[in-house]
Design a protein around this ligand. Sequence first.
Ligand SMILES: Cc1ncc(COP(=O)(O)O)c(C=O)c1O
Length: 449
Amino acid sequence: MPPFPVTSYGIDYMPGDVPGPRARALVERDSQVIVPLGRVYPLVIDHAQGCEVWDVDGHRYLDLQAGIAVLAAGHSHPRLVQVAQAQLARFTHVAGTDFYNEPMIRAAEKLVSLMPGGQGWQVFFCNSGTEAIEASIKLARFVTRRQNIIAFYGAFHGRSYGSLSLTASKPHQRRGFFPLLPGSFHAFYANPYRPPLASDPARVSATCLDFIERQLFTTTCPPEETAAIVIEPIQGEGGYVVPAPGFLAGLRALCDRHGILLICDEVQSGVGRTGTMWAFEHEQIVPDIVASAKGLGGGLPIGAMLARDELARQWAPGAHGNTYGGNGLTCAVTHELLCMVEEELLANAASVGAQLIAGLQGLQARFPQIGDVRGRGLMIGLELIDPASGAPDHDLAEAVMVEAFRKGLLILTCGASTIRLCPPLVLTPAQADEAVQRLALALETCLAG
Ligand SMILES: Cc1ncc(COP(=O)(O)O)c(C=O)c1O
Protein backbone atom coordinates (compact mmCIF):
# COMPACT_ATOMS: atom_id res chain seq x y z
CA MET A 1 0.00 0.00 0.00
CA PRO A 2 1.23 3.53 -0.74
CA PRO A 3 2.71 5.14 2.37
CA PHE A 4 1.00 8.44 1.47
CA PRO A 5 -2.70 9.14 1.18
CA VAL A 6 -3.54 8.89 -2.51
CA THR A 7 -5.22 12.16 -3.34
CA SER A 8 -6.90 12.91 -6.60
CA TYR A 9 -5.45 16.31 -7.41
CA GLY A 10 -7.22 18.75 -9.68
CA ILE A 11 -5.94 18.57 -13.21
CA ASP A 12 -4.02 21.85 -13.02
CA TYR A 13 -2.94 21.67 -9.42
CA MET A 14 0.11 20.12 -7.87
CA PRO A 15 0.31 20.95 -4.16
CA GLY A 16 3.54 22.25 -2.71
CA ASP A 17 6.88 22.58 -4.40
CA VAL A 18 8.01 20.16 -7.04
CA PRO A 19 10.46 18.77 -6.21
CA GLY A 20 9.46 18.73 -2.57
CA PRO A 21 11.77 18.67 0.47
CA ARG A 22 12.37 14.91 0.53
CA ALA A 23 13.11 14.85 -3.19
CA ARG A 24 15.49 17.81 -2.84
CA ALA A 25 17.37 16.08 -0.03
CA LEU A 26 17.77 12.91 -2.11
CA VAL A 27 18.89 14.87 -5.17
CA GLU A 28 21.61 16.41 -3.00
CA ARG A 29 22.74 13.01 -1.65
CA ASP A 30 22.70 11.59 -5.18
CA SER A 31 24.97 14.40 -6.38
CA GLN A 32 27.64 13.27 -3.89
CA VAL A 33 27.86 9.68 -5.10
CA ILE A 34 26.37 9.20 -8.56
CA VAL A 35 28.33 10.09 -11.71
CA PRO A 36 26.71 13.32 -12.98
CA LEU A 37 25.64 12.58 -16.55
CA GLY A 38 22.63 14.90 -16.48
CA ARG A 39 19.10 14.24 -15.27
CA VAL A 40 16.00 15.18 -17.23
CA TYR A 41 13.93 16.51 -14.30
CA PRO A 42 14.05 15.90 -10.55
CA LEU A 43 11.60 13.02 -10.27
CA VAL A 44 12.44 10.93 -7.20
CA ILE A 45 10.17 7.92 -7.32
CA ASP A 46 8.75 6.38 -4.17
CA HIS A 47 6.30 3.82 -5.51
CA ALA A 48 4.23 3.25 -8.61
CA GLN A 49 1.38 1.20 -9.97
CA GLY A 50 0.23 0.82 -13.57
CA CYS A 51 0.61 4.24 -15.22
CA GLU A 52 0.78 6.18 -11.95
CA VAL A 53 3.88 7.18 -10.03
CA TRP A 54 4.20 8.80 -6.60
CA ASP A 55 7.31 10.70 -5.62
CA VAL A 56 8.88 10.75 -2.16
CA ASP A 57 6.86 13.85 -1.24
CA GLY A 58 3.55 12.21 -2.12
CA HIS A 59 2.97 13.91 -5.47
CA ARG A 60 1.13 11.82 -8.02
CA TYR A 61 2.22 11.72 -11.68
CA LEU A 62 0.71 10.15 -14.74
CA ASP A 63 3.52 8.28 -16.47
CA LEU A 64 3.71 8.63 -20.24
CA GLN A 65 7.39 7.75 -20.48
CA ALA A 66 7.50 4.34 -18.75
CA GLY A 67 11.17 4.58 -17.76
CA ILE A 68 12.07 5.37 -21.41
CA ALA A 69 9.64 3.01 -23.12
CA VAL A 70 10.40 0.06 -20.85
CA LEU A 71 7.41 -0.74 -18.63
CA ALA A 72 5.15 -2.42 -21.18
CA ALA A 73 2.80 -3.78 -18.50
CA GLY A 74 3.09 -0.66 -16.36
CA HIS A 75 4.65 -0.41 -12.93
CA SER A 76 4.55 -3.48 -10.70
CA HIS A 77 1.83 -5.36 -12.55
CA PRO A 78 0.42 -8.01 -10.15
CA ARG A 79 0.92 -10.80 -12.73
CA LEU A 80 4.60 -9.96 -13.11
CA VAL A 81 5.10 -9.45 -9.38
CA GLN A 82 3.64 -12.89 -8.67
CA VAL A 83 5.81 -14.64 -11.27
CA ALA A 84 8.92 -12.78 -10.10
CA GLN A 85 8.35 -13.65 -6.47
CA ALA A 86 7.83 -17.33 -7.26
CA GLN A 87 10.94 -17.49 -9.47
CA LEU A 88 13.04 -15.56 -6.96
CA ALA A 89 12.32 -18.19 -4.37
CA ARG A 90 13.20 -21.00 -6.83
CA PHE A 91 16.46 -19.85 -8.45
CA THR A 92 17.66 -16.70 -10.17
CA HIS A 93 20.90 -17.23 -12.01
CA VAL A 94 22.74 -20.05 -13.71
CA ALA A 95 24.71 -18.45 -16.62
CA GLY A 96 22.48 -19.14 -19.59
CA THR A 97 25.22 -19.30 -22.22
CA ASP A 98 26.85 -22.22 -20.39
CA PHE A 99 23.96 -24.06 -18.70
CA TYR A 100 20.28 -24.79 -19.25
CA ASN A 101 17.17 -23.51 -17.50
CA GLU A 102 13.48 -23.79 -18.28
CA PRO A 103 12.46 -20.11 -17.84
CA MET A 104 15.02 -19.17 -20.51
CA ILE A 105 13.75 -21.86 -22.89
CA ARG A 106 10.09 -20.88 -22.31
CA ALA A 107 10.84 -17.19 -22.87
CA ALA A 108 12.68 -18.01 -26.10
CA GLU A 109 9.90 -20.33 -27.32
CA LYS A 110 7.34 -17.62 -26.69
CA LEU A 111 9.47 -15.01 -28.40
CA VAL A 112 9.99 -17.21 -31.45
CA SER A 113 6.25 -17.91 -31.61
CA LEU A 114 5.72 -14.15 -31.90
CA MET A 115 8.16 -13.77 -34.81
CA PRO A 116 7.02 -13.84 -38.46
CA GLY A 117 6.04 -17.42 -39.30
CA GLY A 118 6.18 -18.38 -35.62
CA GLN A 119 9.24 -20.59 -36.11
CA GLY A 120 12.66 -20.74 -37.75
CA TRP A 121 14.31 -18.22 -35.40
CA GLN A 122 16.84 -18.56 -32.59
CA VAL A 123 17.34 -16.32 -29.60
CA PHE A 124 20.46 -15.04 -27.90
CA PHE A 125 19.68 -13.42 -24.54
CA CYS A 126 21.69 -10.54 -23.11
CA ASN A 127 20.93 -7.67 -20.74
CA SER A 128 20.30 -4.48 -22.69
CA GLY A 129 19.60 -2.94 -26.05
CA THR A 130 23.20 -2.09 -26.80
CA GLU A 131 24.23 -5.70 -26.17
CA ALA A 132 21.50 -6.94 -28.51
CA ILE A 133 22.94 -4.65 -31.19
CA GLU A 134 26.50 -5.80 -30.49
CA ALA A 135 25.37 -9.42 -30.90
CA SER A 136 23.60 -8.51 -34.16
CA ILE A 137 26.66 -6.76 -35.59
CA LYS A 138 28.95 -9.61 -34.60
CA LEU A 139 26.68 -12.29 -36.07
CA ALA A 140 26.29 -10.32 -39.31
CA ARG A 141 30.04 -9.91 -39.71
CA PHE A 142 30.68 -13.53 -38.72
CA VAL A 143 28.30 -15.11 -41.19
CA THR A 144 28.92 -12.78 -44.13
CA ARG A 145 32.68 -12.36 -43.54
CA ARG A 146 32.11 -8.75 -44.62
CA GLN A 147 33.02 -5.69 -42.55
CA ASN A 148 30.80 -2.73 -43.32
CA ILE A 149 27.60 -1.84 -41.51
CA ILE A 150 25.23 0.90 -42.68
CA ALA A 151 22.98 2.75 -40.24
CA PHE A 152 21.01 6.01 -40.53
CA TYR A 153 21.37 9.62 -39.50
CA GLY A 154 19.16 10.15 -36.46
CA ALA A 155 19.65 6.55 -35.31
CA PHE A 156 20.19 5.50 -31.73
CA HIS A 157 21.49 1.98 -31.23
CA GLY A 158 23.28 2.27 -27.89
CA ARG A 159 26.51 3.47 -26.38
CA SER A 160 28.96 0.57 -26.34
CA TYR A 161 31.60 0.92 -29.06
CA GLY A 162 29.97 -1.10 -31.83
CA SER A 163 26.50 0.31 -31.35
CA LEU A 164 27.83 3.83 -30.68
CA SER A 165 29.53 3.69 -34.07
CA LEU A 166 26.06 3.30 -35.60
CA THR A 167 24.34 5.80 -33.29
CA ALA A 168 23.97 9.17 -35.04
CA SER A 169 21.31 11.18 -33.27
CA LYS A 170 23.23 13.71 -31.10
CA PRO A 171 26.89 14.86 -31.27
CA HIS A 172 27.39 14.64 -27.47
CA GLN A 173 26.88 10.88 -27.66
CA ARG A 174 30.06 10.55 -29.76
CA ARG A 175 32.11 13.59 -28.71
CA GLY A 176 35.33 12.52 -27.01
CA PHE A 177 35.05 8.87 -28.01
CA PHE A 178 36.64 8.65 -31.45
CA PRO A 179 37.89 6.61 -33.21
CA LEU A 180 34.81 4.44 -33.51
CA LEU A 181 34.40 1.06 -35.21
CA PRO A 182 35.88 1.09 -38.73
CA GLY A 183 33.43 0.12 -41.43
CA SER A 184 30.48 2.11 -40.02
CA PHE A 185 28.53 4.19 -42.56
CA HIS A 186 25.38 6.31 -42.46
CA ALA A 187 22.61 6.97 -44.91
CA PHE A 188 19.46 9.12 -44.83
CA TYR A 189 16.29 8.02 -43.02
CA ALA A 190 13.13 8.58 -45.08
CA ASN A 191 11.59 11.22 -42.83
CA PRO A 192 8.36 12.33 -44.49
CA TYR A 193 7.98 15.48 -42.34
CA ARG A 194 11.50 16.75 -42.99
CA PRO A 195 12.55 15.03 -46.23
CA PRO A 196 16.34 14.76 -46.48
CA LEU A 197 18.33 15.74 -49.58
CA ALA A 198 15.63 18.31 -50.41
CA SER A 199 13.61 15.46 -51.82
CA ASP A 200 10.13 15.77 -53.19
CA PRO A 201 7.92 14.68 -50.23
CA ALA A 202 6.15 12.22 -52.51
CA ARG A 203 9.48 10.54 -53.37
CA VAL A 204 11.27 10.60 -50.04
CA SER A 205 11.67 6.80 -49.83
CA ALA A 206 12.98 6.52 -53.37
CA THR A 207 15.45 9.40 -52.84
CA CYS A 208 16.86 7.87 -49.65
CA LEU A 209 17.16 4.41 -51.25
CA ASP A 210 18.84 5.89 -54.31
CA PHE A 211 21.40 7.58 -52.09
CA ILE A 212 22.55 4.19 -50.79
CA GLU A 213 22.59 2.52 -54.18
CA ARG A 214 24.03 5.37 -56.25
CA GLN A 215 26.18 7.29 -53.75
CA LEU A 216 27.30 5.11 -50.87
CA PHE A 217 27.78 1.93 -52.89
CA THR A 218 29.55 3.69 -55.72
CA THR A 219 31.89 5.83 -53.62
CA THR A 220 32.78 4.83 -50.04
CA CYS A 221 31.03 1.58 -49.14
CA PRO A 222 31.21 -1.29 -51.68
CA PRO A 223 28.09 -3.44 -51.35
CA GLU A 224 30.04 -6.68 -51.60
CA GLU A 225 31.91 -5.68 -48.43
CA THR A 226 28.75 -4.68 -46.57
CA ALA A 227 27.52 -7.13 -43.95
CA ALA A 228 24.31 -5.46 -42.80
CA ILE A 229 21.99 -2.49 -42.81
CA VAL A 230 20.68 -1.66 -39.33
CA ILE A 231 17.44 0.28 -39.04
CA GLU A 232 14.92 1.30 -36.42
CA PRO A 233 11.52 0.65 -38.08
CA ILE A 234 10.41 3.81 -36.27
CA GLN A 235 13.26 6.07 -35.24
CA GLY A 236 13.22 6.52 -31.46
CA GLU A 237 15.75 8.93 -29.96
CA GLY A 238 16.01 10.56 -33.39
CA GLY A 239 12.49 12.00 -33.03
CA TYR A 240 9.85 9.26 -33.19
CA VAL A 241 9.98 9.34 -36.96
CA VAL A 242 7.75 6.93 -38.87
CA PRO A 243 9.49 6.31 -42.21
CA ALA A 244 7.75 7.13 -45.46
CA PRO A 245 5.80 4.21 -46.96
CA GLY A 246 7.90 1.81 -49.00
CA PHE A 247 11.20 2.67 -47.33
CA LEU A 248 11.54 -0.55 -45.34
CA ALA A 249 10.35 -2.67 -48.25
CA GLY A 250 12.84 -0.89 -50.52
CA LEU A 251 15.65 -1.60 -48.06
CA ARG A 252 14.65 -5.26 -47.89
CA ALA A 253 14.85 -5.50 -51.68
CA LEU A 254 18.17 -3.63 -51.78
CA CYS A 255 19.64 -5.98 -49.16
CA ASP A 256 18.45 -9.02 -51.10
CA ARG A 257 20.03 -7.73 -54.32
CA HIS A 258 23.44 -7.43 -52.63
CA GLY A 259 23.44 -10.31 -50.15
CA ILE A 260 23.33 -7.85 -47.23
CA LEU A 261 21.57 -8.74 -43.98
CA LEU A 262 18.74 -6.52 -42.75
CA ILE A 263 18.81 -5.93 -38.99
CA CYS A 264 15.79 -4.29 -37.37
CA ASP A 265 16.48 -2.53 -34.10
CA GLU A 266 13.19 -3.04 -32.25
CA VAL A 267 14.65 -2.11 -28.87
CA GLN A 268 12.24 0.81 -28.48
CA SER A 269 9.53 0.04 -31.04
CA GLY A 270 9.04 -3.68 -30.37
CA VAL A 271 7.09 -5.87 -27.95
CA GLY A 272 3.68 -4.47 -28.79
CA ARG A 273 4.46 -0.77 -28.44
CA THR A 274 3.14 0.13 -31.89
CA GLY A 275 0.07 -2.11 -31.72
CA THR A 276 1.81 -5.01 -33.45
CA MET A 277 4.42 -7.25 -31.86
CA TRP A 278 7.16 -5.65 -34.01
CA ALA A 279 7.03 -2.30 -35.77
CA PHE A 280 8.40 -3.81 -39.02
CA GLU A 281 5.10 -5.71 -39.37
CA HIS A 282 3.38 -2.44 -40.35
CA GLU A 283 5.44 -2.48 -43.55
CA GLN A 284 5.09 -6.22 -44.23
CA ILE A 285 8.79 -6.95 -44.26
CA VAL A 286 10.77 -9.70 -42.56
CA PRO A 287 14.28 -8.84 -41.37
CA ASP A 288 17.13 -11.32 -40.97
CA ILE A 289 18.02 -10.28 -37.44
CA VAL A 290 15.98 -8.45 -34.78
CA ALA A 291 17.35 -6.71 -31.69
CA SER A 292 14.97 -6.37 -28.75
CA ALA A 293 15.21 -5.06 -25.16
CA LYS A 294 13.37 -2.37 -23.13
CA GLY A 295 9.73 -3.58 -23.03
CA LEU A 296 10.80 -7.21 -23.16
CA GLY A 297 11.67 -7.46 -19.45
CA GLY A 298 8.66 -5.69 -17.97
CA GLY A 299 11.14 -3.53 -16.03
CA LEU A 300 13.89 -6.09 -15.47
CA PRO A 301 17.06 -5.79 -17.55
CA ILE A 302 17.07 -8.01 -20.62
CA GLY A 303 18.03 -7.87 -24.28
CA ALA A 304 17.59 -10.39 -27.04
CA MET A 305 18.96 -10.93 -30.50
CA LEU A 306 16.72 -13.01 -32.72
CA ALA A 307 18.22 -14.40 -35.91
CA ARG A 308 16.98 -16.64 -38.65
CA ASP A 309 17.90 -20.25 -37.90
CA GLU A 310 20.37 -20.69 -40.72
CA LEU A 311 22.32 -17.62 -39.61
CA ALA A 312 22.33 -18.30 -35.88
CA ARG A 313 23.44 -21.91 -36.32
CA GLN A 314 26.65 -20.73 -37.99
CA TRP A 315 28.04 -19.28 -34.76
CA ALA A 316 30.77 -21.57 -33.50
CA PRO A 317 30.82 -22.53 -29.78
CA GLY A 318 32.34 -19.69 -27.79
CA ALA A 319 31.95 -17.19 -30.64
CA HIS A 320 29.77 -15.07 -28.38
CA GLY A 321 28.40 -15.25 -24.86
CA ASN A 322 27.86 -13.50 -21.54
CA THR A 323 27.31 -14.18 -17.86
CA TYR A 324 23.82 -12.91 -17.11
CA GLY A 325 21.89 -13.56 -20.33
CA GLY A 326 19.08 -16.08 -19.82
CA ASN A 327 18.79 -15.19 -16.15
CA GLY A 328 15.98 -17.29 -14.63
CA LEU A 329 14.23 -14.41 -12.88
CA THR A 330 14.27 -12.09 -15.87
CA CYS A 331 13.21 -14.79 -18.32
CA ALA A 332 10.30 -15.92 -16.12
CA VAL A 333 9.02 -12.34 -16.09
CA THR A 334 9.67 -11.95 -19.82
CA HIS A 335 7.60 -15.05 -20.58
CA GLU A 336 4.67 -13.74 -18.54
CA LEU A 337 5.02 -10.29 -20.09
CA LEU A 338 4.94 -11.76 -23.60
CA CYS A 339 1.75 -13.66 -22.73
CA MET A 340 0.20 -10.38 -21.58
CA VAL A 341 1.32 -8.60 -24.75
CA GLU A 342 -0.37 -11.25 -26.85
CA GLU A 343 -3.53 -11.47 -24.76
CA GLU A 344 -4.27 -7.80 -24.14
CA LEU A 345 -1.49 -5.24 -24.53
CA LEU A 346 -1.25 -5.29 -28.33
CA ALA A 347 -4.94 -4.50 -28.71
CA ASN A 348 -4.84 -1.85 -25.99
CA ALA A 349 -1.80 -0.13 -27.53
CA ALA A 350 -3.59 0.05 -30.87
CA SER A 351 -6.92 1.35 -29.58
CA VAL A 352 -5.77 3.73 -26.82
CA GLY A 353 -2.94 4.85 -29.11
CA ALA A 354 -5.47 5.83 -31.79
CA GLN A 355 -7.49 7.74 -29.19
CA LEU A 356 -4.38 9.52 -27.92
CA ILE A 357 -3.31 10.51 -31.44
CA ALA A 358 -6.81 11.89 -32.10
CA GLY A 359 -6.63 13.91 -28.85
CA LEU A 360 -3.21 15.28 -29.81
CA GLN A 361 -4.46 16.20 -33.27
CA GLY A 362 -7.14 18.18 -31.44
CA LEU A 363 -4.35 20.03 -29.62
CA GLN A 364 -2.56 20.60 -32.93
CA ALA A 365 -5.62 22.47 -34.17
CA ARG A 366 -5.32 24.77 -31.11
CA PHE A 367 -1.54 25.21 -30.99
CA PRO A 368 0.29 26.14 -34.22
CA GLN A 369 3.52 25.26 -32.36
CA ILE A 370 2.65 21.57 -32.85
CA GLY A 371 4.01 21.03 -36.33
CA ASP A 372 3.47 17.30 -36.60
CA VAL A 373 1.70 14.54 -34.69
CA ARG A 374 2.93 11.11 -35.69
CA GLY A 375 3.36 7.58 -34.48
CA ARG A 376 1.81 4.17 -34.28
CA GLY A 377 0.11 2.58 -31.30
CA LEU A 378 1.59 4.03 -28.12
CA MET A 379 4.79 5.31 -29.73
CA ILE A 380 3.76 8.89 -30.44
CA GLY A 381 5.71 12.06 -31.16
CA LEU A 382 4.70 15.73 -31.35
CA GLU A 383 7.22 17.88 -33.16
CA LEU A 384 7.24 21.43 -31.77
CA ILE A 385 8.12 24.21 -34.17
CA ASP A 386 8.40 27.93 -34.54
CA PRO A 387 5.17 28.52 -36.48
CA ALA A 388 6.68 31.44 -38.39
CA SER A 389 9.62 29.54 -39.86
CA GLY A 390 8.64 25.89 -39.36
CA ALA A 391 12.04 25.32 -37.70
CA PRO A 392 12.27 22.88 -34.78
CA ASP A 393 11.78 24.67 -31.43
CA HIS A 394 14.11 22.77 -29.12
CA ASP A 395 13.74 25.17 -26.19
CA LEU A 396 9.95 24.97 -26.26
CA ALA A 397 10.04 21.16 -26.27
CA GLU A 398 12.35 21.11 -23.24
CA ALA A 399 10.25 23.73 -21.43
CA VAL A 400 7.02 21.83 -22.07
CA MET A 401 8.56 18.62 -20.76
CA VAL A 402 9.62 20.28 -17.50
CA GLU A 403 6.34 22.15 -17.13
CA ALA A 404 4.44 18.89 -17.70
CA PHE A 405 6.40 17.40 -14.80
CA ARG A 406 5.23 20.27 -12.60
CA LYS A 407 1.70 19.54 -13.75
CA GLY A 408 1.89 15.86 -12.84
CA LEU A 409 2.67 14.39 -16.25
CA LEU A 410 5.86 12.47 -17.02
CA ILE A 411 7.00 12.82 -20.62
CA LEU A 412 10.31 12.97 -22.50
CA THR A 413 11.72 14.70 -25.53
CA CYS A 414 13.63 13.20 -28.46
CA GLY A 415 15.10 14.40 -31.75
CA ALA A 416 15.53 18.16 -32.13
CA SER A 417 12.18 19.23 -30.69
CA THR A 418 9.84 16.28 -30.34
CA ILE A 419 7.75 15.47 -27.28
CA ARG A 420 7.64 11.71 -27.06
CA LEU A 421 4.85 9.74 -25.51
CA CYS A 422 5.68 6.11 -24.78
CA PRO A 423 3.41 5.14 -21.89
CA PRO A 424 2.89 1.70 -20.45
CA LEU A 425 0.73 -0.32 -22.82
CA VAL A 426 -1.90 -0.61 -20.08
CA LEU A 427 -2.80 3.10 -20.45
CA THR A 428 -6.58 3.49 -20.10
CA PRO A 429 -8.79 5.73 -22.25
CA ALA A 430 -9.40 7.98 -19.22
CA GLN A 431 -5.65 8.29 -18.60
CA ALA A 432 -5.09 9.14 -22.27
CA ASP A 433 -7.60 11.99 -21.92
CA GLU A 434 -5.96 13.15 -18.71
CA ALA A 435 -2.57 13.19 -20.45
CA VAL A 436 -3.88 15.38 -23.28
CA GLN A 437 -5.38 17.83 -20.77
CA ARG A 438 -2.19 18.05 -18.72
CA LEU A 439 -0.11 18.50 -21.85
CA ALA A 440 -2.39 21.30 -23.01
CA LEU A 441 -1.91 23.04 -19.66
CA ALA A 442 1.85 22.70 -19.92
CA LEU A 443 1.82 24.16 -23.43
CA GLU A 444 -0.41 27.04 -22.35
CA THR A 445 1.85 27.88 -19.41
CA CYS A 446 5.01 27.79 -21.54
CA LEU A 447 3.54 29.85 -24.33
CA ALA A 448 2.12 32.41 -21.87
CA GLY A 449 5.58 32.66 -20.24
C1 LIG B 1 16.35 1.87 -30.71
C2 LIG B 1 17.30 1.66 -29.57
N1 LIG B 1 18.32 0.80 -29.71
C3 LIG B 1 19.20 0.57 -28.73
C4 LIG B 1 19.10 1.24 -27.53
C5 LIG B 1 20.11 0.98 -26.43
O1 LIG B 1 19.47 0.29 -25.41
P1 LIG B 1 20.13 0.24 -23.94
O2 LIG B 1 20.03 1.60 -23.37
O3 LIG B 1 19.28 -0.78 -23.22
O4 LIG B 1 21.52 -0.22 -24.12
C6 LIG B 1 18.07 2.17 -27.34
C7 LIG B 1 17.96 2.91 -26.08
O5 LIG B 1 17.30 3.89 -25.97
C8 LIG B 1 17.15 2.38 -28.39
O6 LIG B 1 16.14 3.26 -28.28
